[in-house]
Each structure stands twice: as structure tokens, then as C-alpha cells.
Design a protein around this ligand. Structure first.
Ligand code: URA
Length: 400
């Protein structure tokens, strides 16, 4: 491979062949392509883009840079979902057991949060003992026992993505649709799936701030996923306001448990049912508790102890009340997310700890009628960031 030619081509907006992309990714993983060359290539892709056929080749090459999970002897179909993330997004915790109760297997490799709120793994680690570092043999055991697992990326999965994602962060090349597409799909292809459902969020609390950008990403993910041979579909859903009531790690686990036990906010239930692809079936397994039984089995198989109570208890509570009567016309996801962040629910660097107990309960959403003095938001804090969080919450909600 002539790396200089490849760089020259992408700098001038010329396409790569499948073979060139495979060689580039191999070179990145074995170190024969230098960090500087990889960074320059990312920058050229960011500016000049890639055709779908190049993005399919990149996705495949990144998947094949590591080992792939396979499930011989376990009956499928194998399904998973990926969300581009948002404030109060606890859907994975509920949808995985719902799908198992509907007859699917769900091998879900998930991530930690970087930014305003914790990720799915941070949330589940609010359950004492819950392990998110299972190796391939353990993942298989949990899948056999519970029908699903939710665990972290093993070192062997998609090393090319781990390298490139870090480099993109360093070089301001994250916001490129082909690079995002290949990064998300390469990890999902490595799970050995039959079907993938994507939840692409649009709004202030999301990676994509408006529907036009979200639509572009959703279209790219679906075209490239299908091009790589995976049955892929996508929904674009609202992230202009927080999803559900709970925002914060343990609070979101508790809300998920409530929903799995047949209670909880309608907005979250409706989204789970939509993404499940079987509205009636999903409602039935939620209301009968069958999905909750699966959740209990998964948590137990991953070492978690639900009876021990959730981590992060003992926070102090502060309530923000409505200053006037009227209709809530704005409940800004970003503002609420920033409040959760300053309280300690999120992190800036991967190695930073998160506080499991802090966060917010958002009692009023867009369109709700409120009366003066009514509780709008309950903050759970651990003596850090309360003043800024109160300011962020007050700025996030408009009553007219
Ligand atoms: N999530 C990923 O896994 N990769 C990206 O590039 C962006 C979001």
C-alpha cells in the first residue's frame, strides 16, 4: 500500500477502493500507518466525505480488525439497538428484556457516557455487583442463561474503532457522517446480529441538534448497515426535552425497573414499544412482568444484586417549584443534562468516576399545565454543583 497516494487521493476528494480501505485499516492496527498519517486521513475524510461503498468497506474492515462474536448452539434471532444518546435515555435497560420476552436474543455491547450524563454501563453499575467487563466466554454464558447481556466492549472487539475514535476526539474529526456511521456499525456488526434498530436522536440534548442532521445520519446508517449485509432500520426521535422523569444513573435504573414492573412514564414506555417493532407484544410483556423476570435474570447472571438497593443512596433532595401558573413551553434537554453533569452524573474523560446517586426528576414536560408552587424538578445532590445545577434547571424550563 502506498499511504501517500491514499492521502493524496482523499485530500483531492477521490474515492478509495475496497482493497485500499482494507489495507489502510490493517496498517492502522499493525502500526505501519503512523498516527500522523491516520490523523491526516481522518481530516481529509471529514472535509471530503466518502461514498456509501467506501463507508461499507470501512465498516467491514473495522469490524474485521478484531474478533467477531458468534453464537453457535444458541438459537436466535439476534437483535440489538443503538441510540445516538440523550438525556434520560434508559431505553436499552428496558428494551433488551422486552425483546427477550418476545423471543429474541440480545447480545448488547454498550458504552460509558462521555459528556453530560452517564452511559448505559454507568447506569447498570448503580446495581451493586453488576459486572460490565465480561469476557467472550462469560458473555456467551449470560446470553444462554438470560437471553440477553449488556456489557462493555472487550479488548478484542473492533480495535481499529477504539484507535480511530480516540484520534477523532483529539483531532476534532468526530462530526463526520461516514466516520460516525462506520464507528457505530462496525461495533454492532461484530456482535453477530441478524437485525439492528437505530434510535437517532434529534434536539438540544442529542449529538445531532436538528432533524435534518439526524435524518442524514439515520439514512447513512441504514444504507451502510444494509450494504454490509445487516437488516437495519432507524427511527428519528425527539431529544429536545429529557426522556421520561429520571435523569441520572441510579434514578434511571429505578425508572427502568418501575416500567418493567408495569408502572413508569408513558413517554418512555411508548418509545420502548415503538423501537421493539411489536407495540402490542411489548406492552403485554411489560404489564405481565415477563420482561422484568428477564431483567432480573440478566442482572443476576452479570453479578448484580437488586435486593441490595442501588448505589449512590444518601443524596440530599432540593425541589424547584413553578414560579407562576401556565403551560410549560420549553423543557430543554441540554439545560437539564448540564444540571445532571455539574451534580456529578456525567464525566469529561473516560477514566473519571461518575456519582451513581445524583441527578434530577423532571416532573413537568412541554405542554403540561402547571400551577404556581407546584414541584417542577427534584434535584438529588451530593453537596457538589448545586448552585450551578439550580441555575441550569431554572434556565431550562419556560412557563408561559
Ligand atoms: N458513537 C460511536 O460509537 N461512534 C461515533 O463516531 C459517534 C458516536
Amino acid at each position: 500500500m502506498d499511504v501517500h497516494k491514499l492521502l493524496e487521493d482523499k485530500k483531492c476528494g477521490r474515492d478509495h477502493s475496497e482493497r485500499e480501505i482494507e489495507e489502510l485499516i490493517s496498517g492502522i492496527v499493525d502500526g505501519s500507518v503512523t498516527r500522523a498519517q491516520a490523523a491526516a486521513w481522518l481530516a481529509f475524510v471529514c472535509v471530503n466525505g466518502m461514498k456509501d461503498c467506501e463507508t461499507v468497506a470501512l465498516t467491514r474492515a473495522m469490524t474485521e480488525s478484531g474478533s467477531m462474536l458468534t453464537w453457535p448452539g444458541i438459537e436466535g434471532p439476534f437483535i440489538d439497538k443503538h441510540s445516538t444518546g440523550g438525556v434520560g435515555d434508559k431505553i436499552s435497560l428496558i428494551l433488551a428484556p422486552v425483546w427477550v420476552a418476545l423471543g429474541f436474543k440480545v447480545p448488547m455491547i454498550s458504552g460509558r457516557g462521555l459528556g453530560i450524563t452517564g452511559g448505559t454501563l454507568d447506569k447498570l453499575e448503580a446495581v451493586p455487583g453488576y459486572r460490565t467487563d465480561l469476557d467472550q466466554g462469560q458473555l456467551r454464558g449470560v446470553l444462554q442463561e438470560a437471553g440477553c447481556f449488556i456489557s462493555g466492549q472487550t479488548g478484542e472487539l473492533c480495535p481499529a474503532d477504539a484507535f480511530l475514535y480516540g484520534l477523532r476526539d483529539e483531532t476534532s474529526t468526530v462530526a463526520s457522517i461516514p466516520l460516525i456511521t462506520a464507528s457505530i456499525l462496525s461495533k454492532k456488526l461484530a456482535e453477530g446480529l441478524d437485525r439492528l434498530v437505530l434510535d437517532v436522536k434529534a434536539g438540544s440534548g442529542a449529538f445531532m441538534k436538528n432533524r435534518t442532521r439526524a435524518r442524514k445520519l439515520a439514512d447513512s446508517l441504514v444504507r451502510v448497515g444494509r450494504g454490509a449485509g445487516l437488516d437495519t432500520s432507524a427511527h428519528i426521535t425527539d431529544m429536545s426535552q429529557p426522556l421520561g422523569v429520571a435523569v441520572g444513573n441510579a434514578l434511571e435504573v429505578q425508572e427502568s425497573i418501575d416500567i418493567l414492573q408495569g408502572r413508569g412514564p408513558k413517554s418512555v414506555i411508548d418509545l420502548v414499544c415503538l423501537l421493539s417493532g411489536d407495540d402490542e407484544g411489548a406492552r403485554a410483556v411489560l404489564s405481565t412482568g415477563r420482561a422484568y423476570e428477564v431483567f432480573e435474570r440478566m442482572v443476576h447472571a452479570q453479578g448484580g444484586d437488586l435486593a441490595a438497593g442501588l448505589r449512590g443512596s444518601g443524596c440530599t433532595v432540593e425541589v424547584v417549584h413553578a414560579g407562576r401558573s401556565g403551560t410549560v413551553t420549553r423543557c430543554d434537554a441540554l439545560g437539564v443534562g448540564q444540571a445532571a453533569f455539574v451534580l456529578g452524573a456525567g464525566r469529561v474523560r473516560a477514566a473519571d468516576p461518575v456519582h451513581h446517586g445524583v441527578g434530577l426528576e423532571v416532573h413537568a414536560h412541554k405542554g403540561d399545565t402547571v400551577t404556581e408552587g407546584q414541584p417542577l424538578v427534584t434535584l438529588h445532590h451530593a453537596d457538589k454543583g448545586l448552585r450551578e445545577a439550580l441555575e441550569a434547571v431554572r434556565g431550562a424550563i419556560t412557563i408561559e
